[in-house]
Ligand binder design. Structure first.
Ligand SMILES: [Zn+2]
Length: 208
C-alpha cells in the first residue's frame, strides 16, 4: 500500500525476495562468540540520522498524496512516517527513541528479549504492527533476539553502508520506518536468514 510503494520508490528493496541484488552481508556468524565490541546489529548512526531526515521529508509529501491506510494502521490513526522527532520522543522511552528513530543499537545480552522463549507475537514498539512470531525465534548466541522470518511484508529492508567495507542490510518496520536491526545470511532453515533485532524496538504480546 502507500508505505510499500514509497519504500520501493526510495531505491530500497522492500521485499526479501529481491534481496539477492549485490548485497553481501559480511557479518559475524551466528555461532561466533559475542565479543563486547562486536556490533553485528549496530553501526554509526550519525550519517544514518542525516539520511533519515531526508527520507522523512520525502515521506511526508508522499504520504499526503496517498489515501489508503497502510497495513496495521486503523482508520484515524496517525501516519507514522510523518511524526516529528518531538512527537516520537513523547511516545517512546529514551532507549526506544534512540534505537528506533536514531538507528541505535542496544548492548548485547542487555535487552529485554534476547533470551526470551515466551510464546507470543513481537510487535513494533512504535506503531504496534506485528513483526515476528515467537515460533520463528531462535538462539543465535549473539545476545540479541533473533528470528529466521518476519510476519508477512511487515518488515522491509534497506542497504546500510554506515560501516565502511561492511555493507549490511538494515531492517525496518514497514509501517512506521522504525529501525529494528539487521538481517544476515547465516540463519537456520527454512529461510537461512538471521534477523538480528534490538529488544527495545519490540513489544511482546504473549499468547493467551
Ligand atoms: Zn512500526
Amino acid at each position: 500500500m502507500a508505505v510499500r510503494h514509497y519504500a520501493a520508490a526510495s531505491a530500497v528493496s522492500s521485499s526479501f525476495r529481491a534481496r539477492a541484488h549485490s548485497l553481501h552481508p559480511s557479518c559475524l556468524p551466528a555461532a561466533a562468540p559475542a565479543l563486547p565490541m562486536a556490533r553485528p546489529c549496530g553501526g554509526a548512526w550519525t550519517r544514518a540520522s542525516y539520511r533519515r531526515a531526508a527520507v522523512r521529508a520525502m515521506g511526508a509529501s508522499s504520504s499526503s498524496l496517498s489515501s489508503p491506510s497502510p497495513q496495521g494502521q486503523a482508520q484515524g490513526k496517525p501516519v507514522y512516517t510523518s511524526l516529528s522527532d518531538e512527537e516520537w520522543k513523547k511516545r517512546l522511552t529514551k532507549d526506544q527513541y534512540y534505537i528506533t528513530r536514531q538507528k541505535g543499537t542496544e548492548r548485547a545480552f542487555t535487552g529485554e528479549y534476547w533470551n526470551t522463549k515466551t510464546p507470543g507475537i513481537y510487535h513494533c514498539v512504535c506503531c504496534d504492527t506485528p513483526l515476528f512470531e515467537s515460533s520463528t525465534k531462535f538462539g543465535s548466541g549473539t545476545g540479541w533476539p533473533s528470528y529466521y522470518q518476519p510476519i508477512g511484508d511487515n518488515v522491509k529492508s534497506k542497504l546500510d553502508m554506515s560501516i565502511i567495507f561492511m555493507p549490511r542490510t538494515e531492517v525496518l518496520c514497514a509501517v512506521c520506518d522504525a529501525h529494528l536491526g539487521h538481517v544476515f545470511d547465516d540463519g537456520p532453515p527454512p529461510t537461512g536468514k538471521r534477523y538480528c533485532i534490538n529488544s527495545a524496538s519490540l513489544k511482546l504480546k504473549k499468547t493467551q
